[in-house]
Write a protein that binds this ligand. Structure first.
Ligand SMILES: Nc1ncnc2c1ncn2[C@@H]1O[C@H](COP(=O)(O)OP(=O)(O)OP(=O)(O)O)[C@@H](O)[C@H]1O
Ligand SMILES: [Mg+2]
Length: 425
């Protein structure tokens, strides 16, 4: 099959019916409790981890768990699956309720912001999942609704005032709301839930948003809330966040053993795609598989990252849509990658090209000093191209745990360049 030169965005939407599918099976976002792909039907693998986390949550009415794993390994989807199993699958027989979406950690979170984000997510979810129609009588929710409205309004005003526009508070908005008030609301809600046989599961995602230097402080700030009866806290983030939590033993010791997610095996990745296609098949029809299984296996084993593998499949699909329905093979993937590589390199300056070429040639990360030596670029002249490459998302910089002044640089996980690197090795 030939690679198409130009693709128009409108056509991208029309390709899937040619395969008998409603939409793309290669979507890379997490599968959520509300997404069009039903999580109960498309989730695969992780049997041991599922048993472990279900056991942790069901063993007590107040738990804390950290789900750790590299970029795109499936942390959010895994926690969503657990929440689906405990809160949605058993419908009214469930002993747990949860939020409709994950609560995303923010860099500037203090205890007040953490509580406000939590109460806001709980309040919205109570409306989306219609807790009242499921017989839950929760007077605290009405108060939470009021405080969330005020808190959010104040936060917006704060940010506008911060820009110098200077909006003053209206009379209906009281002065600063203390974290104690939010805490009391959360405690009241969990008590009301417990009285009706329900416990709350709260998922906090993307802990990497909080600077690793401040993560231990963050856990110190929220440690009292983590003890509230009737609430299960799930935190998600890369392994570096787990390291930061370990530096604060008082919080760390109250957490259960972390759930560490490694990459799925290729059998499960194929199963996910098959399940997705089955769920997306146009009613009363059959679907034509848009991929070759051997190609997907090769791609996944090369990249070892499910998100990135799906992204490459999706991008290849868009470039071959004029030939649809057809199967993606390695030939198309390589052709699309080559085009992509040229596009990336055409935007790089001479110094940037030198840096990327060196980084593609080393395994893993190297120090800045090493990079300067290998490229022959003076350390002071590295600053500018490094910043540009960071902005383009092509490289990632990490700091040594032992010596904060020591910086390491490597090709980012989520860039096409990783694929060229892996395939050329
Ligand atoms: N066990 C699984 N079953 C079905 N789909 C999965 C599974 N694990 C991951 N996926 C799919 O892989 C992709 C990446 O998963 P997800 O977004 O959950 O990863 P993540 O670790 O949370 O990523 P990030 O580090 O960016 O937060 C998503 O499209 C998701 O649907
Ligand atoms: Mg995630």
């Amino acid at each position: 099959m030939a690679i198409q030169e130009e693709t128009s965005p409108e056509d991208a939407h029309s390709v899937w019916p040619k395969y008998g599918l409603r939409e793309s099976p290669f979507t890379t976002g997490p599968t959520t409790l509300l997404s069009s792909l039903p999580i109960g039907k498309v989730f695969s693998g992780r049997t041991e981890e599922t048993t472990k986390l279900l056991r942790i949550i069901c063993s007590s009415n107040n738990t804390r768990t950290f789900i750790s794993g590299n970029f795109g390994v499936g942390k959010t989807t895994f926690s969503n699956y657990i929440r689906w199993k405990l809160c949605i699958e058993r419908q009214s027989k469930a002993h747990h309720v949860t939020t409709s979406t994950e609560i995303k950690a923010q860099s500037a979170w203090g205890s007040k912001e953490f509580l406000l984000a939590t109460l806001s997510a709980v309040y919205t979810s109570s409306l989306i999942f219609r807790w009242d129609q499921h017989g839950l009588k929760l007077p605290a929710l009405a108060r939470i609704g009021d405080y969330v409205a005020i808190g959010t309004q104040k936060a917006v005003q704060g940010s506008i005032a911060g820009t110098g526009v200077g909006v003053s508070s209206t009379k209906s908005v009281p002065g600063a709301i203390s974290p104690e008030i939010y805490e009391e609301l959360l405690r009241a809600l969990s008590q009301e839930l417990l009285a009706q046989g329900k416990q709350l599961i709260l998922p906090y995602d993307n802990l990497e948003n909080i600077d690793s230097m401040h993560l231990a402080d963050f856990f110190r700030m929220i440690r009292d809330y983590l003890q509230i009866e009737g609430i299960h806290f799930i935190f998600m983030g890369p392994p570096s966040c787990l390291g930061a939590l370990e530096t604060y033993p008082q919080a760390h010791s109250t957490f259960s053993q972390p759930i560490v997610l490694g990459p799925l095996n290729s059998y499960h990745v194929l199963e996910i795609l098959k399940k997705r296609c089955n769920s997306l098949t146009i009613p009363e029809g059959t679907y034509l598989s848009p991929y070759e299984e051997t190609t997907v296996t090769w791609l996944y084993e090369t990249l070892n990252n499910i998100r990135f593998a799906f992204k490459v499949l999706e991008d290849t699909m868009l470039s071959t849509e004029q030939q649809a329905p057809c199967k993606i093979t390695m030939h198309e993937i390589k052709a699309v990658q080559e085009k992509e590589k040229q596009a990336i390199f055409s935007t790089l300056t001479q110094h940037e090209t030198k840096i990327i070429t060196i980084l593609l040639d080393v395994t893993g990360k190297i120090t800045m000093t090493d990079l300067a030596q290998r490229t022959g670029i003076l350390p002071t002249n590295l600053r500018h191209p490094i910043k540009d490459l960071l902005d383009k998302g092509l490289i990632t910089i990490t700091t040594s745990d032992k010596d904060r002044r020591k910086k390491y640089v490597r090709i980012s996980d989520n860039t096409y360049l990783r694929l060229f690197y892996s395939t050329s090795k």
